[in-house]
Design a protein around this ligand. Structure first.
Ligand SMILES: [Zn+2]
Length: 284
């Protein structure tokens, strides 16, 4: 049920509303009916947002599941998954980690925060990896790192290009140092693939941060980003509080990173498949 209860000017909330201050009311928005854009803060009907491919009117490209992404990227029926049963152990005995992983596997239908495999895109064969932010904010732990490394090794074996759709909150704190070592491991795998003269394309989606930015996400021969995507290492607030300076509004946004040369091209979601197919054909 939609809970839109107005607050009276004297600051007393009517039943069901939470008073934020004298003039504002917190609105409980049901996620399955309305979508609130994190960029423009506008609320639209979820059906309209979905009909636009999860793209807001302001241009913000919303988060997709790995399966949705594969559906709009790979040729129909061409995806063959690698390491589909790989699941995480609890290497540092983090409290309730197994339960958390178990419930996320149930709710998302995937075993960890990335799907890897091979597919064709308009007939061009490639190895592909797609991160899924619905799974522990697509943090990189042992499974994500291992699956990426194996994907690159397979691509070397088959002499295939690699495409990685990145999205991540960074390293997975529940796996401590084991998650941090995935940065070096995945970067090493990218280097071996690169040494063979094979193409690696990253497609940065919202948000890509932390250890993923500091490793394989930034190592693509070609770095594509969706519009208005947040792509950075430490978060805005952390940096602002450390350097005690105001940061520009477009800080860590793909548009600013394109201007600074960190991103090669910004491509709208509806054109990504065509762009990838063209790049793969060109480099084949
Ligand atoms: Zn918006």
């Amino acid at each position: 049920m939609l809970n839109l209860v107005k607050t009276r000017f004297n600051g007393v909330a009517e039943k069901g509303a939470e008073v934020v201050d004298n003039f504002k009311t917190k609105v409980n928005v049901p996620e399955d009916i309305l979508y609130k854009c994190p960029r423009c803060q506008e609320t639209t009907l979820m059906d309209d947002f979905l009909a636009q491919g999860k793209v807001c009117k302001c241009g913000y490209h919303g988060r997709m599941t790995a399966k949705e992404r594969l559906q709009i990227t790979a040729d129909k029926g061409s995806f063959i998954e690698y390491d589909s049963d790989m699941t995480s152990l609890n290497p540092i005995n983090f409290p309730k980690y197994e339960e958390k992983i178990g419930s996320l596997q149930q709710s998302t239908g995937i075993k960890d925060a990335i799907l890897t495999g091979e597919c064709t895109i308009r007939g061009n064969r490639c190895v592909i990896g797609v991160m899924d932010s619905n799974f522990l904010m697509a943090s990189m732990g042992s499974v994500v790192g291992e699956k990426i490394t194996r994907a690159f090794e397979k691509a070397i074996e088959l002499s295939l290009p690699v495409i990685m759709f990145t999205a991540s909150g960074g390293a997975r704190m529940q796996e401590g140092i084991i998650s941090l070592m995935q940065m070096a491991k995945t970067s090493g795998a990218v280097k071996l693939h690169s040494d063979r003269g094979l193409l690696y394309i990253t497609v940065v989606t919202d948000p890509t941060t932390g250890g993923v930015t500091a490793s394989f996400a930034s190592l693509g021969d070609i770095i594509i980003a969706e519009p208005k995507v947040m792509f950075g290492f430490a978060g805005r607030r952390v940096i602002q509080d450390t350097i005690k300076q105001h940061l520009p509004d477009d800080f860590q946004m793909s548009e600013m990173l394109l201007e600074k040369g960190f991103v090669d091209m910004i491509v709208e979601r509806k054109k990504i498949r065509t762009t990838l197919a063209q790049l793969l054909t060109l480099h084949n």
